[in-house]
Design a protein around this ligand. Sequence first.
Ligand code: SAM
Length: 250
Amino acid sequence: MNASSGNSGDAGSVHRIFYGRRRGRKLRASMSALLEEDLPKLAIDPPGDGETLDPTTLFTHQPREIWLEIGFGAGEHLAWQADVNRDVGIVGGEPFLNGVASLLRHRRNLGVDNIRVYADDVRPLLDHLADGSFSRIFVLFPDPWPKTRHHFRRIVQAETIASFHRLLSPGGELRLATDDMEYLRWMLARVLRQGGFQWLAKGPRDWRERPEDWPATRYEEKAREAGRSPCFLRFVRNGGTGCAGLAGGR
Ligand SMILES: C[S@@+](CC[C@H](N)C(=O)[O-])C[C@H]1O[C@@H](n2cnc3c(N)ncnc32)[C@H](O)[C@@H]1O
């Protein structure tokens, strides 16, 4: 794609190119073995054209709720949530293979069976998921792409926020985190413009301090070491429709 076709505004599906890394340093043999042995049992296949995926069908037992974490990185937050909430099914989306292997290692160490993995760019999958599929969606420290000409690469766009609204059940929660103040304003503007979400913060402590049921991620720790202050946003999806029709989803 011509870089000039990106702009500082919101990007539609025409910009759905994944700009991150799919592989990092060479995997140790034990991590490669995890990918070979465990990933096929947990992986979500890309749905076909026109197919709708009901995520309850991904789990062997009926989960109390289903949650989605997008860009789980090394998977420490997702694994912690899966361990503490064993009656919940958690779908994780992450194209970075080293991160997927790391999540699989956490999963084995904890002995949990309530995780399913989409090892790719999650945006095309969102279009195929049934309305109200999730009770929680997490997008923690997504890549900020700080240069204005790269803003179209951000995962938080009007389009994705509209998808999150459609995919959350009424009363469901959207959790976003960032250590980039400009991205914070960007996120807030898009969620509030979407409508149909209530921001749970009553004062600055509510977004400056991480809630107890939200463990630190690797990226958060790096941000703190570098002297940056992370922000934690929690929104509840109202019963209304917001502007979800703009998502173009089913
Ligand atoms: C800055 S890292 C943060 C990782 C983790 N959430 C944390 O807090 O440590 C952003 C992650 O989002 C993933 N990511 C970026 N675009 C994505 C997409 N379209 N679908 C799924 N994951 C994505 C990247 O591969 C990367 O692992």
